[in-house]
Write a protein that binds this ligand. Structure first.
Ligand code: CP
Ligand code: NVA
Length: 305
């Protein structure tokens, strides 16, 4: 495994290994230990979009492992390819640093960076997927429910990058995945085809949130307006009416854990009451971004150069 662009392209064994490394490192760091496996190594962090969790957790993870992270903010790089081609940026960065992580609009930008870089490339969110988020989520579910296999994850909301990465994760970890989205905002058919080929019967689509959350172990939601969709905000808020994870929906799955990748827009896709309820594991998810990414960086970067 050289880079980490999408869960779809990893084997279940590779993903389980990443989770094991991450859980082990989490224990080590919680007990005051340190693993300086990236001493002298540098990660370039390229952001076309804003970030709180991803930027800070990657930067802290690099520090924790003895390395350095360089943050390139949206104002520094703009949209990759506009000032100079991704293939040039990849080759330049790869001569300076030991790893590149990038948050992009187009997923193809990540593929292009990876094609031309001889150091690992990590997807820190693209319009198409958010694999580090979904893997930190899997880690969090393991901690709260003790396993992944056989669990049902219901995703209520936009069929977006986060929904897609969760679909691949559910297939790889043998979970059941049901997505409830309004018409026009479904997860794409190709993702369903791929996921159900990986694991027959894994994923289903519905327009009924109540049906989706029935018997769910985990209920997940994300913003209705992803980064880059701000112009569609008013229409989206109208179209998603009835798809909030609120107290009424939770009555149909009162024991389910509630997840959200954050940032959460309370009063829209989730109510403040649900976000702050005992079912909510939102901040454990956010914390596990750090722990998962430490594991990922160790796996990808400790043997380079
Ligand atoms: N969940 C997540 O990726 O958050 P940021 O956009 O703040 O990085
Ligand atoms: N779907 C959201 C996730 C933010 C972490 C977005 O792409 O903006």
């Amino acid at each position: 495994m050289r880079s980490f662009l999408t869960i779809r392209d990893c084997t279940s064994d590779q993903l389980n290994e990443l989770l094991t490394i991450s859980h082990d490192l989490k224990k080590l760091y919680k007990n005051g230990g340190r693993d300086l496996c990236l001493s002298g190594k540098v990660l370039a962090m390229l952001f076309e979009k804003t970030s709180l969790r991803t930027r800070v957790s990657f930067q802290v993870a690099m520090y924790d492992l003895g390395g350095l992270a360089i943050y390139m903010k949206p104002e520094d790089i703009g949209v990759i390819g506009q000032r100079e081609p991704a293939k040039d940026m990849a080759r330049v960065f790869a001569r300076y640093v030991d790893g590149i992580m990038a948050r992009t609009f187009a997923h193809d930008t990540l593929i292009e960076l990876d094609r031309w870089s001889h150091v690992p490339v990590i997807n820190a969110l693209s319009d198409w997927s958010h694999p580090c988020q979904a893997m930190a989520d899997m880690m969090t579910i393991q901690e709260h429910l003790g396993r992944l296999e056989g669990l049902k994850l219901a995703y209520v909301g936009d069929g977006n990058n986060v929904a897609r990465s969760l679909a691949f994760a559910c297939a790889k970890f043998k979970m059941k995945y049901v997505v409830a989205s309004p018409a026009g905002y479904e997860l794409d058919a190709e993702t369903f085809t791929v996921v159900n080929q990986m694991r027959p019967g894994c994923a289903e689509q519905t327009q009924d949130p109540v049906a989706a959350v029935k018997d769910a172990d985990v209920i997940y939601t994300d913003t209705w307006v992803s980064m880059g969709q701000e112009d569609e905000k008013e229409k989206r808020l109208r179209d998603f009416a009835g798809f909030a994870v609120d107290e009424a929906l939770m009555q149909h799955a009162p024991k389910a854990k509630v997840m959200h990748c954050l940032p959460a827009y309370r009063g829209y896709e989730i109510t403040d009451g649900v976000a702050e309820s005992p079912n909510s594991i939102l901040f454990d998810q956010a914390e596990n971004r750090l722990h998962f990414q430490r594991g990922l960086l160790k796996k990808l970067m400790s043997s380079t150069r």
